[in-house]
Ligand binder design. Structure first.
Ligand code: ADP
Length: 459
């Protein structure tokens, strides 16, 4: 696997090479299409002015004049009528000027080698140091005809400015490359750190730290990653707790059942003992069954897709119906019940909401002593309803209140232990209310009583 860093370096280098090539090809095309002609014209004008000067100044020394011109940065190739060649300036790399071209100029015609030279290579034209790559003009000196061929001496024309420019390009390239390497490293380092952290999460280690303090997209990614690991950590902790709670809650009734089943198997057993053991087994089995049902209900509420099947129904009638189920218990404990219910229809899942009222009312009954009082209220507001279940039972202290909606939490005192329960009822209440977009609150004082208040949108 090639690393992101190597990829970035290779891509940047490739871009630099490709852009260099494209630039070279474009410049080359421009040279051939436009500059070549202009260059030929410019050099032709110089050659013509030299020829005109010689033609009109018979008194000068031809030799000295041409040498001076060569020193100014030109390569000169002069042929007289006897085909005698004189060269001024640095020699040509290739002396390939044709006999025909020389005759052509000696006959008085101009020679446009710079414009017409076919381009064999990309560099060609401008740099190709050949005698054929020149412009040619005729001139006369002391009554004799000459052909003068000329091209600039590129080496001499490369001045300090050109070196400075070339130096600038090299320095720019080196700096861009180094900067790119540093920037790429700065960009990739946090990604590498995130990858390492992700691997740790894969191994169920949620406590790793990230040292990424940036405001950009990578910083946001790191932030989201941290939030995700925190939630995973919390979920993991809750899952472990949940499993240990479930195991514990299943373990004690199962042990009871086993113990009493063993006792039942004994040979000598009075009728009364047999009945009492069987009752314990029955009670524990019921407890296990209700625990399983509540767990299944909670699992269905935990699904990502809402399990609610909403429809319109009369909430006041549902509340009355739920309370009716507990009439016998009210009578048994000699408790009084008052109801003040507004008539209202709401949209929600009646089956799940029924569990809410069942849990709240059964808790009020369970945690209130004989002769106690329970008040149930339903008030309609503009777009929501308020249901209150109030009792004057055993109440709770402040510390317990913060935890009663946790799964398996039961207030740890002798009274509660005596009463028995699963600790799942209020977790179900909270989850159902939440799925309906509502809230549930509790106000309670130890020894004085408890009030649960549920707000639900009418829908
Ligand atoms: P449980 O099955 O134990 O009743 P819940 O989730 O319904 O489980 O309630 C959690 C705990 O909250 C109970 O164990 C109890 O201690 C406390 N609680 C709930 N309702 C009341 C109430 N009306 N009065 C006093 N304590 C209550």
């Amino acid at each position: 696997m090639r690393s992101l860093y190597a990829k970035l370096v290779i891509i940047t280098l490739s871009i630099m090479v490709i852009s260099g090539l494209v630039a070279f090809l474009s410049v080359n095309t421009y040279y051939h299409q436009v500059l070549k002609g202009r260059n030929d014209e410019k050099n032709m004008a110089i050659a013509e002015s030299m020829a005109a000067f010689i033609d009109t100044n018979e008194a000068i020394s031809l030799e000295a004049y041409l040498r001076t011109q060569a020193a100014a940065g030109y390569k000169l190739y002069v042929v007289d009528e006897q085909k005698e060649i004189s060269l001024y300036g640095a020699p040509f790399r290739d002396n390939n000027l044709s006999e025909q071209s020389i005759d052509h100029v000696l006959r008085g015609e101009a020679y446009h080698g710079m414009r017409n030279l076919p381009s064999e290579t990309f560099v060609t034209g401008f740099f190709s140091d050949e005698s054929a790559n020149t412009v040619g003009v005729p001139f006369t000196y002391e009554g004799k005809g000459y052909a003068l061929f000329l091209r600039p001496d590129i080496k001499m024309l490369f001045t300090e400015v050109h070196f400075l420019l070339a130096g600038m390009v090299v320095i720019m390239t080196v700096i861009s490359l180094l900067a790119m390497l540093i920037v790429a490293k700065k960009l990739i380092d946090p990604i590498t750190e995130l990858t390492r952290a992700t691997k740790k999460v894969g191994e169920e280690q949620f406590t790793g730290e990230l040292h990424i303090h940036r405001q950009d997209e990578i910083g946001q990614l790191a932030q989201s990653f941290l939030q995700m690991t925190e939630r995973l950590d919390e979920n993991d902790r809750m899952r472990k707790e949940f499993i240990s709670d479930v195991s514990h809650d299943f373990q004690s009734p199962l042990l009871n059942i086993k113990g009493y089943a063993d006792l039942l198997a004994a040979d000598e057993l009075t009728e009364a003992s047999r009945k009492s053991y069987a009752n314990v087994i029955q009670a524990e089995t019921e407890r296990l069954s209700s625990l399983t049902q509540q767990l299944l209900l909670l699992t269905s509420l935990d699904q990502l897709v809402s399990p609610l099947e909403r429809k319109r129904f009369r909430l006041d009638e549902q509340l009355k119906e739920s309370i009716r189920k507990y009439r016998w218990l009210l009578a048994e404990k000699n408790m009084s019940l008052s109801m003040d219910l507004d008539e209202v229809s709401m949209t929600g899942d009646p089956a799940f909401l029924e569990k809410v009222w069942e849990n709240l009312v059964s808790n009020a009954l369970k945690y209130t002593d004989v002769d106690g009082e329970i008040d149930i209220g339903l008030t309609v507001y503009e777009n929501q309803v308020k249901v209150t279940v109030q009792d004057n039972g055993i109440g709770m202290d402040e510390k317990s209140i913060t935890r009663i909606f946790d799964r398996f939490y039961r207030v740890d005192d002798s009274r509660t232990r005596e009463i028995g329960g699963t600790g799942l009822g209020l977790a179900i209440v909270q989850q159902v209310v939440k799925l309906h977009g509502g809230t549930v609150d509790v106000v309670s004082k130890k020894g004085e009583g408890t009030t649960f208040t549920v707000f639900l949108p009418i829908g």
